[in-house]
Write a protein that binds this ligand. Structure first.
Ligand SMILES: [Fe+2]
Ligand SMILES: [Fe+2]
Length: 359
C-alpha cells in the first residue's frame, strides 16, 4: 500500500494544571510564542493555549488544556514518553542547558544519541521535554536511501552505564544566558517518543494509516532490552523535519498510560487540506479503525482515532490557521472564542481563572 505520507506533526496537546505557569514556562523561559489563547471547544471552562513559532506554523505547535483538578497522569503503553523540540546546533543546546539550570529547572545531558544530541528536562507539571539537535541525522549508521533496513546498535561508549556521566553533567555554556537569543530558537517538534506494547503492530498501523516509513530500528540507550524504533515522512532520501515518531516497546506490558496533568493528551499529524484529510479518514475506515467525523477547530479541521495501543491521534489540516480571527501581529493577545461560543463570552470569561495582563 502506498499513499502520500503525512508531512509530519501538526501539534501535540498536553494537559497542564495552571495556564499562567505554563505560559511563563513555555513563553518566557523557552521563548515560544503564544499564538492563541482560547478555550477547549468541548469544555469551555478550560483554557486551551497554543504555543509555536510566531506564525503558529504546523509542526511548531504545542498546545495545552488547563484542567486544574485532574490528577497527575503517567506515561505508559499508549502514551507519550517525551516530546523533543529542535535546536540548530550542539552549542545552542548547551546555552539551553545553562539557561534552564540557572532558572532552577534541572536538565540532564546532552547525551549523544547518534542521530542527534539530547537534553532533557521537565515542565512544571512533569511532562518530559527534550531539546534535540538537528543533526547529524539517521544516515550515520546506514545508507540514506535504505533507512530502517538493518538493526542498529548504539556505540557501547554511549550506553547508560558506560558513558562518562560526570563529564556530561559538567558540560555547559560558560556564561549565563538571561534571554533567548535568535540562534537558540526552538524549531518545533523534532520528534515525539511514545510507548507501545507491540512495536511491529504500532508501526504497521502508522505506515498504513499515515504513510509513515520505518527509518530506524534500534534500542533504548538507557535500557538496551527495550527496542526503540523510529518512523518519519521519508521519500527514500530525506526524513522530513518535524515528522519523527519514535516508540519504545514494552513488550506485552499492561502498564497503560494514565491520562492527566503532565501527560500528553494526543498527538496530531498534518494533512495539507480537507481532501487529503478525507483520504486518511477513508483509509482508517477501510482499516476498521473507529474515527470521528470531521470536527471544526476554527484554526484547522480535525479527525481523531486511536492507535492499536490506545494512543489518541488526530489528523489536522494545515489551514486556515491562526489569523482567521486575529491579526498576525496580535496573535494570542486576547481570548479567542469560536463563533458558536461568542454569545456566551461574558460567562466564559467570568468562569476562567485570571491570566494576568501580559501586553
Ligand atoms: Fe527523544
Ligand atoms: Fe489537537
Amino acid at each position: 500500500m502506498t499513499q502520500h505520507a503525512t508531512d509530519g506533526f501538526h501539534h501535540a496537546t498536553l494537559v497542564c494544571s495552571d495556564a499562567r505557569r505554563t505560559l511563563d514556562f513555555y513563553s518566557d523561559l523557552l521563548g515560544l510564542s503564544l499564538v492563541k489563547k482560547t478555550v477547549n471547544h468541548d469544555d469551555p471552562s478550560a483554557y486551551h493555549l497554543y504555543f509555536g513559532d510566531e506564525a503558529g506554523a504546523p509542526g511548531s505547535l504545542l498546545t495545552f488544556f488547563e484542567w486544574r483538578h485532574l490528577p497527575r497522569g503517567r506515561p505508559g503503553v499508549g502514551g507519550i514518553h517525551h516530546i523533543a523540540l529542535g535546536v540548530d546546533s550542539a552549542e545552542t543546546q548547551l546555552k539551553w542547558k545553562r539557561r534552564l539550570i540557572d532558572s532552577g529547572v534541572p536538565a540532564s545531558g546532552p547525551f549523544d544519541r547518534g542521530y542527534f544530541k539530547s537534553l532533557y528536562f521537565s515542565d512544571p507539571d512533569g511532562q518530559v521535554v527534550e531539546i534535540a539537535t538537528a543533526g547529524p541525522g539517521y544516515a550515520i549508521d546506514e545508507p540514506a536511501d535504505a533507512l530502517g533496513s538493518i538493526m542498529t546498535i548504539p556505540p557501547t561508549a554511549e550506553l547508560g552505564g558506560a558513558r562518562d556521566e560526570a563529564a556530561i553533567a559538567a558540560r555547559t555554556h560558560p556564561t549565563p544566558v538571561p534571554s533567548v537569543t535568535p540562534d537558540m530558537a526552538l524549531r518545533g517538534i523534532h520528534h515525539i517518543t511514545g510507548i507501545t506494547d507491540d512495536v511491529a503492530r504500532a508501526g504497521a498501523f502508522f505506515e498504513q494509516a499515515l504513510g509513515l516509513s520505518l527509518v530506524k530500528r534500534s534500542v533504548n540507550q538507557d535500557d538496551q532490552k527495550t527496542p526503540h524504533w523510529f518512523w518519519g515522512s521519508y521519500d527514500g532520501q530525506i526524513v522530513a523535519p518535524r515528522s519523527s515518531l519514535t516508540l519504545f516497546e514494552w513488550k506485552g506490558s499492561t502498564n497503560m498510560a494514565r491520562p492527566g496533568v503532565g501527560q500528553t493528551h494526543h498527538i496530531a499529524f498534518r494533512a495539507p487540506d480537507e481532501a487529503a484529510q478525507d483520504r486518511v479518514r477513508e483509509r482508517l475506515l477501510e482499516m476498521n479503525v473507529d474515527v470521528t467525523t470531521v470536527q471544526d477547530r476554527v484554526y484547522f479541521k480535525s479527525i481523531y482515532f486511536r492507535a492499536p495501543d490506545g494512543l489518541l491521534c488526530e489528523v489536522a489540516t494545515d489551514g486556515p490557521g491562526f489569523t482567521v480571527d486575529e491579526e498576525a501581529t496580535e496573535l494570542g493577545r486576547n481570548l479567542a472564542l469560536p463563533p458558536w461560543l461568542e454569545s456566551s463570552r461574558a460567562e466564559i470569561e467570568r468562569a476562567l481563572p485570571p491570566m494576568g495582563d501580559r501586553s
